[in-house]
Structures are given as structure tokens and as C-alpha cells.
Design a protein around this ligand. Structure first.
Ligand code: AHR
Length: 508
């Protein structure tokens, strides 16, 4: 059976700009994300530039990666940056107690990360250590990275081979301070965030956008406490927020509980729907946290940064439980599209987001084979690739009519998710059919501007857990979508069961 849904879009009513930074990424010293994923070392048989994998860089450049968060995650609050500078052979070692209890040799440090960002063309988002570090240590790191003159830290950077300061736009003040980042109370952390923000200075022309470690899921008290800690945000609309500029939010999607999250493959249809319902929860979380923020910050000076999101499954059998290596299927792709739709809808408050994590960890863009080095692009990667047209475009409201729902976990899951944006004479519409079994027809009721051309892409597969492997790298890959026809109201689009479709419009 095929059912019909309508999406009404006013093409002449652009809303807030969707920052390209909501398509940001996250790379932690965790499992094979940095080591084996990004970093193979100069002597590796895998093609590399100064130790950084060339194929990974090429793949991420192709999706216009806008920023990269590093070095954690929980690892960030154990990390002491001075251990990761200077000659590699003399860098001290440390224990990565959060992730596998392995010994970290600090081969990948500040210079390697900044080199990676330059190769990627991505803005660095450095996550500073509040949990076990000090204000002076963090202040020195900012000086080391961004100061031009002969200050002590700038001189140290030069002695380590880098003459010019780097540009570092994004700075994290701690991570999950309510948990692995110190088990702090909201009130305690809010005071620390003010203090650390004060000493992370703007050197020369570098302007830091400071992001305070924010709430877990629906912890509205955490967000409210951070917002209350600002100097009066309501007073002068022209006065920027300070001493920090944004708060973060973390939310992971799983089909089960933290102790048994469900497997990445071989799941049931019921688990598919539970996953989609949990992914939809991001919309609710953004609404609730934004409502709290609006109360204290009516001029929307403070950004909401979702700097960890994505699926978290049981690790693949036979892999280190501390390395968080999981397969990535068509289901992950639709979890991504549902989140990205929510970020587009909340563009006025959500200034940045970082899917966890880029390579070989959690909901990765890229998986690499530890033995052969072979690289595979995941279904999630393809959603990011299909959505590059939304980067820095103006959000368009999408009004859905006649959307069927399904009862899941005491909520009603809408079976279609959609968002749209416009940039000059082009618009992009993203459509997800979350129905595991039923094909749909969707009428795009396009108003306000003439549509003079269109192209469409579709991402789907026969099995819900279809995924890519070195042997079958394109088992789930986008193809041109022929199922788009003229309709008296605009266009009629075929949405196969469990599919993701983008329609690019040429406007006049
Ligand atoms: O992304 C994996 C971990 O999840 C991060 O280190 C931590 O911040 C979160 O709990």
C-alpha cells in the first residue's frame, strides 16, 4: 500500500541561517579514531601527508567538513597539552583510563591536530581540560596556539617549528562536567566556566567562541544554571554574551538501555521504530532547552552547541569494549537525517553540532580496516554528502499534512521527517521515510517562487541493516532518483520505505 503526505513550503519566506557548523565532527583519543583513523604516522604504508591519512582527508573535504572537535570527550579532561608537543620520541606517555585503559604515547598532539585541520580546511574546536587541569594550563594553551609576538608560549611554539599563530575560533570549557569531566554540580561548574572563560584570552585578532560544557539530555536545571550565571543577557541587545558565548548539549540514540544498547546490525523492525522515536527526541530536547534559554536570553546571544550526538550501539563482537567500534547501517543514516532536520528547524539557537565520532568510533562517517587499511564510507557519510546544500542556507519552514504516525514507546512517531533551505536561486528539500515497510508518495506544495528545474537523489537499500564493507563499499550509496514528477501544486516525490531523498530545486 502507498500513502500520500503533503509538504507545504513557502519558498519566499526564508528563516534563520543554518550554520554550516551544525555539520561539524568530533575526533577523540578513543579506540581507532585518532590512531589508525586519522593518524597512521609518516612511515605507514597507507598514503599519508605528515602522518595524516590522505584518503580520510579527501573524503571529509568532499563533504565540506566545517569544524573538528578534539581531543575529547571524556579524554579532554585527562589531557595535558604540554605532553603532546615537541619531538615525538620524547613526549611523555599517559594512561587513557576512559577508553580501553590503554597507554597513549601522545604522538598526535597540538601541532598534528592543527595540521589536520589545515589539510581538511576545517575550523578547529579545541576542548580544554577543566576536570583535572588548571586555569593557567588552559590559558597557556590558548596563548601557545594563537599569539603572534614573543610571549613565552608563542616562543615555545616557534621552538617547536610553527612560526605563525593558528586561528582557533572554537574553544570548549570542559566536557560532561556533570560526569566524566569532574562529577560537578551545575552551580559549581557555572562558577568554574566563568573563571576559565576569563583566562582564555583573545590574542591579537583571534576571537574565541567559548562553549561551556552543557547538559546531558533533558537536564534543564544544568542549562538554566549556566544561563543564570551570565551577566544580564536581557539588558542590551548590542552587548555580546560573556564571559562565555555558548552552552553545549549531549544526546545519544540507542534502541535499548545504557547496559544493553542494542546491536548495530541484525536488529528487529520494532528496534528500528524505537530507534527512530529516540532520534526524534532531539527535536523535543532542542525545544525544551531553547525555551529555558529564551527566558534568560531573549536576544539569543548565547548559542546552543550539540557537540555530541549520534547512535551508540553495543560494540562489534571481538572488538575492545573500550574502543566503541560499531557498524553503521541505513538505520544510522536515517537517525542522522532526523537530527539534521531538527537542527535546521532550530537554526536560530543551534549554532553548531558535532556527530560522534568521525572515524571508527560510534556513528562514524568512515570505517577503516585495522589489518588492510581499507576505507569505507558509511551510510551516515552519504546523508552528510547529500545535505551540503543546507550549509549556510536560510531555513524554510516545512508544513507536513497527512503524516501517518505509529505508536512507539508511548509516543506517536511521525513516519515522515522533512526540512528545507534556500540559498539564492536554489533550494534543497530533505525527506526521510521512517516507515520500515511502506512506500509513500509525498506532494511538495511549493509556493512563493517559480520552480524551473529539479534533481533528486535517494539513499535506500533492501535490508534495514544494509551497510558498506570493503568488499561491498557501495551497498548503501546515493543514486539519482527518477521518482519525481510534476504535480499541479509543485512536485510529486516517491519515498520508498526506509529511504532518504533530497530534492534540489532551481528557482526563479
Ligand atoms: O563520544 C564518546 C563519549 O561520550 C565522550 O567521550 C563523552 O563526552 C560522552 O560520554
Amino acid at each position: 500500500m502507498t500513502t500520500t503526505t503533503t509538504a507545504v513550503i513557502d519558498l519566499d519566506l526564508p528563516g534563520a541561517t543554518i550554520s554550516r557548523h551544525v555539520y561539524g565532527h568530533f575526533a577523540e583519543h578513543l579506540g581507532r579514531c585518532i590512531y589508525g583513523g586519522f593518524w597512521v604516522g609518516e612511515d605507514s604504508p597507507v598514503a599519508n601527508v605528515r602522518g595524516i591519512r590522505s584518503d580520510v582527508v579527501e573524503a571529509l573535504r568532499a563533504i565540506s567538513i566545517p569544524n573538528l572537535r578534539w581531543p575529547g570527550g571524556c579524554f579532554a579532561d585527562d589531557y595535558h597539552w604540554r605532553d603532546g608537543i615537541g619531538p615525538r620520541e620524547s613526549r611523555p606517555r599517559m594512561v587513557n583510563s576512559h577508553w580501553g585503559d590503554v597507554v597513549e604515547d601522545n604522538a598526535f598532539g597540538t601541532h598534528e591536530f592543527m595540521d589536520l585541520c589545515e589539510l581538511l580546511g576545517a575550523d578547529p574546536y579545541v576542548s580544554g581540560n577543566v576536570g583535572s587541569g588548571s586555569v593557567a594550563e588552559m590559558s597557556d594553551w590558548v596563548e601557545y596556539l594563537t599569539r603572534a609576538d614573543d610571549s613565552p608560549m608563542a616562543a615555545l611554539r616557534r621552538a617547536n617549528g610553527r612560526e605563525q599563530p593558528w586561528r582557533v575560533p572554537f574553544w570548549g570549557l570542559g566536557n560532561e562536567a556533570w560526569g566524566c569531566g569532574g562529577n560537578l554540580r551545575a552551580e559549581q561548574f557555572a562558577s568554574l566556566a566563568r573563571q576559565y572563560a576569563t583566562y582564555t584570552r583573545n590574542h591579537g585578532g583571534n576571537r574565541l567562541y567559548r562553549i561551556a560544557a552543557g547538559a546531558n539530555e533533558a537536564d534543564l536545571h544544568w542549562t538554566e544554571t549556566l544561563l543564570r550565571s551570565f551577566d544580564d543577557l536581557a539588558a542590551d541587545p548590542a552587548e555580546p554574551a560573556g564571559p562565555f558565548q555558548a552552552v553545549s548539549l549531549h544526546y545519544y540514540t540507542m534502541a535499548g538501555s545504557w547496559s544493553d544498547k542494542g546491536d548495530a546490525t541484525g536488529f528487529s523492525t520494532d528496534q528500528w521504530y524505537v530507534t527512530m522515536a529516540r532520534a526524534r527526541r532531539m527535536e523535543e530536547l532542542l525545544t525544551r532547552h531553547s525555551t529555558v534559554m529564551d527566558r534568560y536570553d531573549p536576544h539569543r546571544k548565547v548559542g546552543l552547541v550539540v557537540d555530541e550526538w549520534g547512535t551508540w550501539w553495543n560494540v562489534e563482537k571481538g572488538t575492545n569494549p573500550g574502543f566503541l567500534y560499531q557498524q553503521n547501517t541505513l538505520r544510522d543514516a536515517l537517525v542522522a537525517s532526523v537530527h539534521l532536520d531538527a537542527f535546521h528547524r532550530h537554526a536560530e539557537r543551534v549554532v553548531m553540532a558535532n556527530i560522534a565520532q568521525t572515524v571508527n568510533v560510534l556513528q562514524a562517517m568512515i570505517l577503516t580496516d585495522p589489518d588492510t587499511g581499507a576505507l569505507v564510507l558509511t551510510p551516515t557519510y552519504h546523508v552528510f554528502a547529500m545535505n551540503t546544500g543546507h550549509h549556510d542556507a536560510a531555513a524554510l519552514a516545512v508544513h507536513l499534512r497527512d503524516v501517518e504516525t505509529r505508536a512507539v514507546d508511548a509516543t506517536e512517531l511521525p513516519l515522515v521527517s522533512a526540512s528545507a533551505s534556500v540559498k539564492g536561486d536554489t533550494a534543497l528539500v530533505s525527506l526521510s521515510n521512517l516507515d520500515a515497510e511502506t512506500d509513500r508518495i509525498l506532494v511538495l506544495d511549493l509556493r512563493g517562487r517559480d520552480v524551473v528545474g529539479h534533481t533528486a537523489r535517494v539513499l535506500t537499500a533492501t535490508a534495514l541493516d544494509a551497510h558498506n564493507t570493503p568488499e561491498q563499499p557501495d551497498a548503501v550509496a546515493p543514486t539519482d532518483h527518477a521518482g519525481v514528477r510534476p504535480h499541479p501544486r509543485g512536485l510529486e516525490v516517491d519515498l520508498p520505505a526506509h529511504s532518504y531523498v533530497t530534492v534540489a530545486l532551481e528557482l526563479r
